[in-house]
Each structure stands twice: as C-alpha cells, then as structure tokens.
Write a protein that binds this ligand. Structure first.
Ligand code: NAD
Length: 372
C-alpha cells in the first residue's frame, strides 16, 4: 500500500517537445515554490518512448507507484518517432492511456479560454472567439479507447478485420456527468451533454443516464444535449454558447483539439485528469497540455509552453488548494500575451516571435512584476 506524501509533485517531461515545455513549466513551479512557500517535494521521472528504448516498457512500475503516491503529476507529452513500432500490447498496457485508467482518472477537465490578446491570432473571427470561457469535460477511462472487444484479426484471403467498441455502463456515465454538473454549479453556469444518441445505442444510454442524474441530483442546473457532429460545428461557430460540456472519451479528444482553434493554438490548452477522492479526500491528479509531442518541431526550442504552464495553474487550483496563486499565474500569462510576446504558433499579429525559453522568461518576469 503506497502512502501519500505531503505536497509531492512528480514532473515527467516525456517525449518530443515534452522536455522543452516541461523545462519552462518547471521554472514556474520553482518560482511558486520559492516565492509562495508551496513546500513542494519535487520528483523527476520519465515516461514514454525514451523509457521504452532503455527498458522495453513505456512506464516502469516504480514510476507508476511514484505517481500514485504523489499529490499531483505534471506531464509533457508522449509519442513521436518509434512510437508506432512499439508492440501494441506494450502501448496498451504501459502507455499514457493505461496510466489514466490504472489510477482511475476518469474526469479530464479541459478549459478553453480565449485570451483577448490572441483574438486576432486565431483563424476564427475575433468577435466569435473573444470572451469564450468553457470547459470540455472528457470521460477518460471508458468509451471507444478502452471498450472490448478490440483488436485486429486475420479473416482469410489476406484480409483483416479491425474492431473497437464504444462501451459505457451506468456508473461510468453518472460519475463523469456528476463532475460536469458540479463544475457547472461552481461556475453558476449550465451543462451541455454531447453524444451520438441518434445513431449509437451507447449514446442513447449516455443521454438517458445524464438526464436521470440531472433530474435526481441537479434539478437547478440547466441541461441541454447536442449530437457530436452538430456540437463540433457549434464550437467553432459560436463557442460562447457553451459553459461546461461533458462527453465521451474520443468525442472529447477530438472536440478539444478543434476548440484549440479558439485559443489560437493547440499549445495554449491545459488539462487536469482527476479521479474520485479516496476516503481521505485525496484524488489522483495528472496535469498536462492537451497536445502531443509535436515531433515536427521537437528540439528547436520553438514550442509553446503556455498549455503546460497553465496546467500547473490547474494543479494550484485543483490539488494544492491555492486559487489565488492559480489566478496569479493566469494573470501573468495574460499580461505576457497582452504585451505581444508570442511563440511562432500564435504569431499571427506580431512580427517578432520568442523561443520556448523566451516565453518562459517573459512569464517569469510578469510573475516577478505582479508579486512586487
Ligand atoms: P500533436 O499535438 O503532437 O501536434 C499537432 C500539431 O500541433 C503539430 O503541427 C505540432 O507542431 C503542433 N503543436 C502541438 N503542440 C504544440 C506546442 N506546444 N507549440 C506549438 N505547436 C504545437 O499531435 P500529432 O502530430 O497528431 O501527434 C504527434 C505524436 O504525439 C503522436 O505520436 C501521437 O500519438 C502523440 N500524442 C500524444 C499525446 C499526449 O501525450 N497526451 C496527445 C496527442 C498525440
């Protein structure tokens, strides 16, 4: 049985741009530890293709135990060169998806906030994105990514058959929907449940269970439903109509990448993956940007570290109970962007860009300014 340490943060760079973006997020973590007395016990570990190359597994048992015993993990990204060549069972059993599932982190909170300063840096009209402040709550432990049966089989004559199954049970739907209702309640907002109830039986079940839970436990929270195809269109047509969206694993994955267009870049969006609290009130918590390891730009010091840095702001809010510090960090990021500091991916309206390190420098400068 693993013991929970006091305020332990595990930092895992991962693959591709992971070490670069985590490098800047680590500087921010150290800033808060030094200036705001977080008293963190920071442990560095690794996960991903870099681990597979040395140990034949993506995740060592000791790393999983360290994550499990910690208060929170801050992670970069996994994947890239060599990932697809790793045997499927190794990816399924030791990859990122398995960590999320083994630690029962079923609630993946993905805030989508449009910073005013970036309204002209997106491919959407400024008036469409300005003021967007929504959460996509992605179910993370079930659905199409985990359902059985799954696999690829030979069916003769040189042909093969690939199968994945979208599977949900009543408890799985209710526990994530409950998080969605609670988030909407905290924000004084409303919940939109996204499914494909018109074509999929599992979607029909999803909708019925969300409606039942709403009627039983959250009768005052306005609830609406959208089919996922329409929801995907609405999120770029009029994102301000949304407050909290709860949806299936794959739908949430796709919808949040699409919603990154609102924030200006995939590099802008943070996330938190949380379990239910245990008997002592502790949750498993994993904080990471929503993007992957971006092999096309890895090693060039040009990746945007903001999504990773904002993921630490989520850790301050959801794990370390430091809402003022989370506000401070978000304010420092806002000020940095307002001053025109841009990595290449959000550079649309400026002529000069900064490196990954340059963005980290600017955010730290703004933290120093706000703290004095
Ligand atoms: P990706 O998110 O890595 O990249 C998509 C595009 O966004 C690329 O053009 C990339 O350069 C850009 N981008 C991503 N993050 C950025 C940042 N911080 N700053 C600037 N630009 C950024 O997705 P992909 O290319 O589909 O996948 C690459 C690898 O990452 C694959 O092996 C995939 O399996 C893996 N992946 C991992 C995760 C994860 O670790 N959570 C998530 C998605 C994909």
């Amino acid at each position: 049985m693993t013991q929970k340490n006091e305020r332990t943060l595990v930092i895992i760079p991962g693959d591709g741009i992971g070490p670069e973006i985590i490098g800047q997020a680590s500087r921010v973590v150290e800033w808060f530890d030094r200036h705001r007395g977080l008293g963190l016990d920071i442990k560095e570990r690794q996960l991903g293709v870099n681990v597979y190359e040395k140990h034949g597994t993506l995740l060592q048992d000791e790393t999983l135990e360290t994550i499990q015993a910690a208060d929170a993990t801050l992670f970069g990204a996994i994947g890239g060169d060599g990932y697809d060549d790793i045997p499927r069972h190794v990816r399924v059993e030791t990859g990122l998806l398995s960590v999320r599932r083994k630690l029962a982190m079923f609630a993946n909170i993905r805030p989508v906030v449009a910073f005013d300063a970036l309204a002209n840096a997106t491919s959407l009209k400024p008036e469409v994105v300005r003021g967007t402040n929504m959460i996509i709550l992605r179910e993370l432990n079930g659905g199409l990514y985990f359902g059985e049966p799954r696999g690829v089989e030979e069916i003769g004559d040189g042909n093969r058959r690939g199968v994945n199954s979208m599977v949900y049970t009543t408890p799985e739907i209710r526990r994530v929907a409950r998080v969605g209702f609670e988030l909407a309640k905290q924000r004084g907002g409303h919940l939109t449940s996204v499914d494909k109830a018109n074509a999929l039986e599992v979607g029909q079940l999803w909708r019925e269970e969300v409606m039942k839970l709403g009627a039983e436990e959250f009768p005052d929270i306005p609830l609406s439903h959208l089919y996922v195809d329409n929801a995907m269109m609405q999120v770029v047509r009029d994102p301000k109509q949304f407050d909290v969206v709860v949806t299936e694993n794959t739908f949430g994955d796709i919808m949040s990448d699409c919603a990154a267009a609102i924030a200006g870049s995939l590099g802008m969006l943070p996330s938190a993956s949380l379990s239910d609290p245990d008997e002592d009130g502790n949750r498993q918590a994993f904080y990471e940007p929503i993007h992957g390891c971006a092999p096309d730009i890895a090693g060039q010091n040009i990746a945007n570290p903001v999504g990773t840095i904002l993921s630490f702001a989520m850790a301050l809010r959801h794990t370390f109970n430091r809402p003022e510090d989370a506000d401070l960090l978000e304010q420092a990021v806002g000020n940095t962007l307002a001053a025109g500091t841009r990595t290449a991916d959000i550079a649309a309206d400026v002529t000069e860009t900064v490196s990954t390190t340059g963005m980290g420098d600017a955010i730290l400068d703004n933290l120093d300014r706000l703290a004095t």
